[in-house]
Design a protein around this ligand. Structure first.
Ligand SMILES: CCCCC/C=C\C/C=C\C/C=C\C/C=C\CCCC(=O)SCCNC(=O)CCNC(=O)[C@H](O)C(C)(C)COP(=O)(O)OP(=O)(O)OC[C@H]1O[C@@H](n2cnc3c(N)ncnc32)[C@H](O)[C@@H]1OP(=O)(O)O
Length: 219
């Protein structure tokens, strides 16, 4: 298990009540094939690049060189752009954070109706200041794994209505941390979710959120 519980039925078929349109599609095809066998390595290399950019102080000459190289990379990707429902980024459940380049890398250890446990490691580029993680990046992981807990609890896609993070102690970079998220209670479409982030026994942050289960086809 890496970016999501692989045994879940993510490939939901479309029905009349649950069409293919909407903010979150009722049907999204989850495959582990898109992007090829080295897609995870590609994402990891980009993350490493961002780590280096965050801390590098390039000479003007090196900046020129890297800009030219990046323009070539961007032109290569321009020929292969697809819509969000067909990109591997976000749906490769076999990869950390489902291959989503925008998320701090996490690996799901356990996930189901009762909640999600994941190992998350903030990278050097997630620096806020003073050597520790930016609070916004902590919130992003709570949002994603809170959304996953809500989704698994109701077997349907949910959207964040609010999310409150309490930062209890500093969140280190480059350290395996444990995040837990679970649905505390449900009232119809409202799913009240809680979560914690620990470095060993030390609580770094906790959160409370409300997710709303989307109606079929809801934008
Ligand atoms: C996506 C994954 C695809 C890949 C799949 C692969 C594998 C899948 C694996 C796992 C999935 C994993 C992760 C999930 C991923 C991401 C999670 C991140 C989700 C987000 O990051 S998402 C973006 C941020 N999010 C927004 O952009 C929301 C903007 N907003 C709206 O879209 C609407 O606002 C909405 C829909 C929230 C509600 O609208 P609505 O019309 O459906 O419902 P309505 O307003 O009637 O509210 C119903 C009841 O909730 C109460 N209520 C509403 N809001 C409240 C609030 N703030 N505080 C207190 N109570 C509230 C009302 O008071 C009423 O309560 P009552 O029924 O008791 O009267």
């Amino acid at each position: 298990m890496k970016g999501a519980p692989i045994d879940q039925k993510w490939n939901v078929p479309a029905t009349e009540e649950s069409p293919l349109e909407g903010g979150f599609r009722a049907e999204f095809e989850v495959t582990t094939e898109r992007g090829g066998p080295r897609y995870g390595e590609l994402i990891e290399e980009v993350r490493t690049f961002m780590d280096k950019v965050r801390y590098a102080s390039p000479t003007p000459e090196l900046a020129d060189e890297i800009i030219d190289d990046l323009k070539l990379f961007n032109a290569k990707l321009d020929t292969l752009l697809v819509d969000e429902w067909h990109t591997p980024s976000g749906t490769r459940v076999d990869l950390p954070s489902r291959g989503n380049i925008t998320l701090p890398p996490y690996e799901v250890i356990d996930g189901g109706e009762d909640g999600v446990t994941a190992s998350v490691e903030f990278r050097r580029f997630h620096l806020g200041g003073n050597g520790v993680a930016h609070g916004g990046h902590v919130a992003v992981v709570f949002d994603d794994l809170g959304g996953m807990a809500a989704t698994l609890h109701v077997h349907g896609i949910a959207r964040t209505a609010y999310l409150t993070v309490n930062y209890r102690s500093l969140t280190p970079l480059e350290t395996p941390l444990t995040m837990r998220t679970w649905a505390e209670r449900r009232e119809g479409r409202k799913i009240f979710v809680k979560g914690t982030l620990h470095d060993g026994d030390r609580l770094c942050a906790d959160m409370e959120a409300l997710f709303i289960q989307l109606r079929p086809g809801q934008a």
